[in-house]
Design a protein around this ligand. Structure first.
Ligand code: ZN
Length: 91
């Protein structure tokens, strides 16, 4: 892992979580998530790193893991339960 410099403008309650494909365990995104609770939707401007081609599909198995909300629905994507996250909770 390369040590990226800390960036400003990240909410203090945000943590970076890694999002993986539930089917083949490929890492899809690193995402700055605020608050607690599960990851239900994602916003593009909060994506810290995108390992996909930007088409919301797993680059390895081709599964679509998120959907746009539709035209005019805002810049959020709904996660369809096809991913799992790491880093959300401490053990
Ligand atoms: Zn996959």
């Amino acid at each position: 892992m390369s040590a990226a410099p800390a960036r400003a403008r990240v909410p203090t309650d945000a943590r970076t979580v890694s999002v993986f494909c539930a089917g083949c365990r490929t890492r899809l995104l690193r995402y700055r998530k605020g608050g607690d609770g599960g990851l239900v939707k994602i916003r593009r401007e909060r994506i810290a790193e995108d390992f996909t081609d930007g088409d919301l599909r797993c680059p390895r198995c081709g599964q679509t893991f998120a959907r746009e909300r539709g035209p005019g629905g805002g810049p959020a994507f709904l996660i369809g339960g096809k991913v799992f996250t790491r880093g959300l909770r401490r053990r």
